[in-house]
Design a protein around this ligand. Structure first.
Ligand SMILES: Nc1ncnc2c1ncn2[C@@H]1O[C@H](COP(=O)(O)OP(=O)(O)OP(=O)(O)O)[C@@H](O)[C@H]1O
Ligand SMILES: Cc1cn([C@H]2C[C@H](O)[C@@H](COP(=O)(O)O)O2)c(=O)[nH]c1=O
Length: 221
């Protein structure tokens, strides 16, 4: 049974770049690893609708916190069997965003914290009702809001089709979201969390050593 590792963080924090580095280190060590990013824009109709709503499509859908969260959740529900198969086939399955993204962004949109009703609702929907696979570890890539915003602007300038969407352009949302993420990590919400400093150079060797220590721990859930 492989390990399920999740990377979480603000828009533009550098999650995709961190995933690249972790995968390179895992492969250097001879481990088989695969990755997925949520939302699965190119694969799932719910994710496609999310992308459109984040850019003003579908009337008032984007303004509905619970409506958007259900779409993100259904995308993951549709991926659950593939995730389980990937965990059977690989040492590590690396996810760029997972259930905690729904908890952090939705709570931040509603001005709630990690102990509020929205985070409990996400847990009831995605963990209890949908039964999604539990991560072995969640990594919070922590960067100041201004750094994440600057990186998102840099990506907008340097990559095609990466214009910032309504969440990415909302500095207040990003700041509150950073606070909820910090609370989720401090509470080890759903599974153990590690905070990775996204401004300093990442020591990929030490990080993968940590993930290896999870591999040796008994698997729960
Ligand atoms: N440690 C770093 N130092 C400087 N720039 C970085 C660093 N990590 C990533 N970047 C740059 O910041 C931009 C955003 O990085 P990346 O796409 O990895 O973020 P992300 O968290 O996956 O974003 P999103 O969630 O919005 O898709 C990219 O242009 C990337 O090259
Ligand atoms: C998976 C997921 C994402 N979100 C939010 C986070 C981002 O602002 C957007 C799109 O994600 P991307 O990484 O920029 O492509 O959606 C969310 O609120 N809930 C989720 O489950």
């Amino acid at each position: 049974m492989g390990r399920l590792i999740v990377i979480e963080g603000l828009d533009g924090a550098g999650k995709r770049t961190l995933a690249d580095g972790i995968l390179a280190e895992l492969r250097r060590r001879g481990r088989s690893a695969t990755r997925t990013a949520f939302p699965r824009y190119a694969e799932d109709v719910h994710a496609e609708l999310v992308a459109e709503a984040l850019r003003g499509g579908h009337g008032d859908l984007g303004s509905s916190v619970h409506g958007m969260a259900v779409l993100y959740a259904l995308d993951r529900r549709g991926a659950a069997d593939e995730l389980r198969a990937a965990l059977d086939a690989h040492d590590v399955v690396l996810l760029d965003r997972y259930v905690a993204s729904n908890a952090a962004y939705g709570a931040a949109r509603l001005h709630q914290d990690a102990t509020g009703r929205f985070v409990r609702w996400v847990a009831e929907l995605e963990i209890e009702r949908f039964g999604l696979p539990r991560p072995d570890r969640q990594l919070l890539l922590r960067v100041p809001t201004e750094v994440a915003a600057e990186r998102a602007r840099h990506r907008e300038r340097t990559e095609a089709d990466r214009a910032r969407d309504s969440f990415e352009s909302d500095d207040g949302l990003q700041r509150r979201c950073g606070e909820v993420y910090a609370q989720l990590a401090a509470a080890d919400w759903w599974s153990p969390w590690t905070v990775v400093d996204g401004v300093a150079d990442v020591d990929f060797g030490a990080l993968v050593d940590l993930l290896d220590s999870d591999r040796d721990a008994p698997h729960v859930g």
